[in-house]
Design a protein around this ligand. Sequence first.
Ligand SMILES: Nc1ncnc2c1ncn2[C@@H]1O[C@H](COP(=O)(O)OP(=O)(O)OP(=O)(O)O)[C@@H](O)[C@H]1O
Length: 496
Amino acid sequence: MEPSLPASDSSQYSKGTANSVPTTFHHDRLSQKLTWHISPAELITISNGTVIAVLHNSDHDPSSLTTPRDGDSEEYAILHIETKTKTFNSTTLTNPPTDFLLANPPLKHLPAHLSSNIHIIISTHSGTGLAPSFSTSTLLPILHALQIPQTTFTIHTTTSPDTITFLAQTIFLPHALTGQSQTIILLSGDGGVLDLINVLNPTVCNNKNNGGATYCPPTIALLPLGSGNALANSLLPTADQTCGLSTLIHGRPHALPILKARFSPGSRLLVDEAKHSESLRVLNDRGEGTIYGAVVFSWGFHATLVADSDTAAYRKFGAERFLMAAKEALFPADGSEPHQYEAKITLFKRHKPSSDPLRDTEERGTITSTPLPKTTYSYVLTTLVSQLEKGFTISPASKPLDRQLRLIHFGPLGGEQSMRLMDLAYAGGKHVGEEMVGYEEVEGLRIEFKEGDGRWRRVCVDGKIIMVEEDGWAEVWRDQWSMIDVLADPRHIPSE
Ligand SMILES: Nc1ncnc2c1ncn2[C@@H]1O[C@H](COP(=O)(O)OP(=O)(O)OP(=O)(O)O)[C@@H](O)[C@H]1O
């Protein structure tokens, strides 16, 4: 007698085989799970969130998926992540429930972005250092299962903090400027994206002398192997358990919104655990530096905790490092109150005409500047994304790729109160409903620092830390240009 499988209105059953062994499948639409027994005591489960792709062994009319045929012997290879071991697995099924196939439509053909000119970047120091093993044990076997020839892709492994910048300067930018399409599979955190967009930036890419007219934006696929992975966690479907691999295959390219941060002359990029500093790469003739980002520009408590936790000792804790450094900043070891950050802050907002016969566009309207009344703060952060790490919803109104810069600010507050707000951010972004938290859409922001100690003049752009000179300033603006496309699951983008 077969072991019993659960039954409900959302259940669907079919008889077939799993890895050639006859069995009965059960798919539940509510829990989004496919299950079957391999022995009376052992149940196999494939959650839809772990499915990377479904391949079938012959041409199949998709309309027939709604009318299962008894004894259908079509074979399907289910490429998925094994929940327990978190490793790649391929399971061959015949006649799985049609609901399962509707939720995971078999791949008809390889997407254009996986057909040629693929670059895989393995960032060895990102997160807890899992990118190399993930590439070997998961990514490459999947490309093999998809029958992507090895001649189609090149693997680059980082050997220094400058490897991605170098690749962008020597390969990706020249290819983009000469109109060649290319796909970059990025096994890193947010820092890898930042390195790319600072080479493939609007100033360089829009310049007609550089071939801007023929520019072809590279497509990046995010495999979140950093610590925070803010961009990927804000972009990938919440249920995704494939580390971005499902989106690598099923995603479509979308323009990646970016922000542009400018700094007063003398501002320095802190490197090598802040033991050294470098001049900013893009300087104008007044000596002002520019850095582009895709995630966040912050000053105060957030910048401090990112800066203080960017050490090898902290990095081994993965995303946990942010919470550890947050506690240290909010509850200083000497028992003092957390620092109150002093500055004059001006907001830039766009006022759109209420009715516009020419159809409003996001670039219309006038920009006004408004100084914030306060001079001391705990937290000042602008962002283009909803999550700074998985589950930490800093900007709940942000939708994937909505191109809107939002400001979150509060303080000055004591450690307990700030921690309570952080807890609310972990509880789905409830902090923005608190009276003491400012939350609004902005076009840009200017900070004029009133701090003597450089430690309190550190600004974070997507994890990079810039120290501003005494009496200096920093600005951030939403940038209207996008020079890179990012793969996003069409089901997860509001406009689709
Ligand atoms: N081989 C290497 N040697 C030295 N530095 C490296 C090497 N490979 C990568 N790096 C640096 O490690 C950092 C990794 O940053 P990345 O943002 O990818 O990961 P993360 O900081 O852990 O994640 P997140 O930014 O999402 O929190 C980058 O500054 C990168 O330049």
